[in-house]
Ligand binder design. Structure first.
Ligand SMILES: Cc1cc2nc3c(=O)[nH]c(=O)nc-3n(C[C@H](O)[C@H](O)[C@H](O)COP(=O)(O)O)c2cc1C
Length: 390
């Protein structure tokens, strides 16, 4: 299988730091505010520590509620050009919304970032789910056909990256004339592509177009290997290889008790239940109609429910896997994920800047000792661990 971003058996990406709230549905005052100077500190730390990539979220409006998660967000192409220019090794993804970004715009913008970074750009293709966001652009999403739209978009983009002579395109969604771009991306045949489907249509899309699929894992982790194998088999049938990653919110503290207390505080006591209700309403009335595909939206606990084994608190984003505990606990869980066939995680922290140093200093060396990552000495150069107390 092609190994995107080097040869660590378990890879990490920093997810959502370009948006206020990151990926936490919490109104806790410690939450991420997406201050640009803090973002740059986090990215430099991740770069030095050998984290494989930065994955921003493309958002056009927030979720409302108490904290208006995502209400403030940096646009991802411009963000990642800047993030790439200020770092040395880390991969920088952009996130293109299919209904509002043309393939020709994406091809030129990605090539620009790939040249700026000498080959560190990556593309996350997103078909969209929240109609309120697209109203800002006057664009509509056809939910039944959105991944067909995405696949045609990808085919045009991929052909442009090949660098052939200018071509015309007569498809279902695009009628284009004289399509070509210069410069081509540095990475050949194109920068890595990821997508994040949870529906079967989303996973099929990934098998046909993506090098990495981010997906949510079944509540019962024993079912994960079968899910991962089915994606890999579908990709193999298209003559391709797709690695499967998942999204993890890490709540790590020196002791398990401290981690669990903090988790309870921000994800239960301070959960932004109004934002969660808005999110679920938008999902279930649009893409979530197909029964069975969106169990985690329906099963999301309501606030003040008693936590039962493995069930996340409502401040944890639907589909996100919380990993809570001491550094040893965190690594045990990541080892377990690795044995299911998961090849990496998009990492989320309530506050990236105050929580990353402990992760870098204590979790990464344990991942190395577990054989899941290669030794990375620069990681030790992190600043003193900032106060983790609330
Ligand atoms: C790692 C990850 C990154 C995502 N990035 C974005 C994004 O930047 N913008 C967006 O509108 N949706 C984003 N999504 C949502 C997905 O595109 C997708 O709609 C969601 O995972 C549900 O899957 P489905 O489309 O198969 O229903 C992301 C999801 C994940 C798990």
């Amino acid at each position: 299988m092609r190994n995107v971003f080097g040869s660590n058996a378990y890879k990490f990406g920093l997810f959502g730091a370009n948006c206020a709230g990151g990926m936490s549905l919490s109104a806790a005052p410690e939450r991420w505010r997406a201050d640009w100077d803090e973002i740059t500190q986090v990215y430099r730390l991740a770069d030095e520590a050998g984290i494989e990539f930065i994955l921003p979220i493309a958002k056009w409006r927030g979720l409302g509620g108490k904290a208006d998660m995502w209400g403030r967000s940096y646009e991802t192409f411009t963000h990642s050009a800047a993030a790439g220019a200020m770092t040395k090794r880390i991969g920088v993804f952009v996130t293109a919304h299919v209904p509002i970004t043309t393939p020709a715009f994406a091809a030129k913008a990605i090539a620009t970032i790939d040249h700026v970074t000498h080959g560190r750009a990556g593309l996350n293709i997103v078909c969209g789910w929240n109609p309120d966001e697209f109203d800002i652009h006057g664009a509509k999403i056809d939910y039944a056909r959105r991944y067909a739209h995405g696949l045609e978009w990808f085919n045009i983009y991929a052909k442009m990256c090949e660098g052939d002579a200018a071509f015309d395109w007569d498809g279902e969604f695009f009628k284009l004339r004289g399509v070509a771009t210069d410069p081509l991306p540095v990475q050949r045949p194109r920068p890595p592509v990821m997508s994040a489907g949870i529906s079967s249509a989303g996973r099929d899309f990934a098998a046909q177009a993506a090098d990495i699929l981010f997906t949510s894992l079944p509540n019962n982790l024993n079912e994960a290997p079968q899910l991962i194998r089915s994606v890999q088999q579908a990709a193999a049938q298209c003559g391709r290889a797709t690695e499967v990653y998942t999204q993890t919110q890490v709540v790590c503290r020196p002791t398990r008790k401290e981690a669990e207390d903090f988790y309870y505080y921000f994800a239960e006591e301070q959960a932004d239940d109004e934002a969660l209700a808005y999110f679920r309403r938008q999902k279930l009335t649009t893409v979530g109609k197909s029964a069975g595909e969106y169990q985690h939206y329906q099963q999301q606990p309501t606030k003040h429910s008693v936590e039962t084994a493995g069930k996340p608190y409502p401040g944890i984003f639907p589909g996100m896997l919380p990993i809570v505990g001491s550094p040893d606990d965190v690594v045990e869980k990541l080892k377990l994920l690795s044995t299911t066939g998961i090849a990496g995680s998009a990492l989320v922290f309530l506050n990236y800047l105050s929580e990353m140093p402990l992760f870098v200093q204590e979790v990464l060396p344990r991942m190395e000792r577990a054989g899941l990552r290669h030794p990375q000495t620069a990681a030790r150069k992190v600043p003193a661990v900032a106060s983790l107390e609330r």
